[in-house]
Design a protein around this ligand. Structure first.
Ligand SMILES: [Fe+2]
Ligand SMILES: [Fe+2]
Length: 149
């Protein structure tokens, strides 16, 4: 048995990702911390799209389509911010992308928490499946996979 429920794990990730992006926005962190938050966001989208959403498809399929579309809006921002971090760009130069990504998350995350995460805890074994999942190298979210296929 996993120590955390599925909703606890995923909500904790939301908070950690928000905290990391906010730190980059207010200048209290640095590019290394931001890159770590972007990596966590990528891993989080992977958990949702490959473990959580397939388990919930029967009950909340329409909401899942909306969530996957919103992941597709985040992805290019995540990629350009990660590239900027690796290239040693200043946090100030990333301001617009950071604002946009943070804004998307503030609309997206509450919907997931209200509509999907509550249902998730009714699925036995989901917390363990989330804890066991590993992000494959080069994974892209579904909306972007479709766009680039
Ligand atoms: Fe999501
Ligand atoms: Fe999420």
């Amino acid at each position: 048995m996993s120590a955390q429920s599925a909703s606890e794990l995923l909500q904790q990730q939301h908070r950690d990702i928000d905290f990391g992006i906010q730190g980059a926005m207010d200048g209290s962190s640095d590019q290394v911390e931001l890159l770590r938050s972007l990596d966590l966001l990528r891993a989080h989208l992977h958990l949702e799209e490959t473990v959580l959403f397939p388990a919930l498809e029967g009950s909340v399929g329409l909401s899942i389509m909306v969530m996957e579309r919103e992941h597709g809006l985040m992805w290019p921002l995540m990629e350009s911010l990660a590239a900027a971090c690796r290239g040693g760009a200043s946090l100030e130069s990333m301001e617009d992308d950071l604002d946009e990504l943070f804004g998307l998350l503030q609309v997206h995350n509450p919907k997931e928490e209200q509509i999907l995460y509550g249902v998730a805890d009714e699925h036995a074994g989901l917390a363990d499946a989330l804890a066991a999942a590993r992000l494959p190298e080069g994974w892209m979210c579904k909306a972007v996979q479709g766009r680039r296929a």
